[in-house]
Ligand binder design. Sequence first.
Ligand SMILES: [Zn+2]
Length: 140
Amino acid sequence: METEKIPRVRDESLCPCKSRLRYRDCCRPFHMGTAVPETAEQLMRSRYSAYFFRLTDYLVDTTHPDTKTPDLREGIRETLNHALWKFLTILGTSKGQAGDKTGKVEFIAEYYHNDVPYEHHEISRFRRYKGVWKYLDDKG
Ligand SMILES: [Zn+2]
C-alpha cells in the first residue's frame, strides 16, 4: 500500500492540508481507506494531502469516472514530480455537505516549481459516485 511510505511520526503531527488537526484525526483515515470524506471539502483537503505525500493511487481513485481519462495517472505523476506543495487555503465552499450530491470548493494551493513559487487558484467541482464524493473537474 502506498501509504506505507508515510513516516509513522506523521500520524501525530499536523495534517498537510492545514486543517490544524493531527494527520491521524484528519486525512489519514481517508488515505488508508478506513473512512470516506463526509463533505466535498474533506475530499478536497485529502487530495491536497495526497499530492503532498505523493499518493498517486488515492488521487486516481478519488477522481470521478466521468473525468477519469486514460492518461490521468500519468498526468498526476507528472505534477507530483514537478511540484513541491507548500500551503492550502480554502476560500469557500458551495453545497458539498452530507446531504448533497454535488459541491464546489474554491482554494489556492501554493507550490514551488524549479524553486519558483506559484499559486494554483481553482474552483473544483465534486460529485458523488455510488454515494462517495469524487473530484469531477476544475470547471467550477
Ligand atoms: Zn487533512
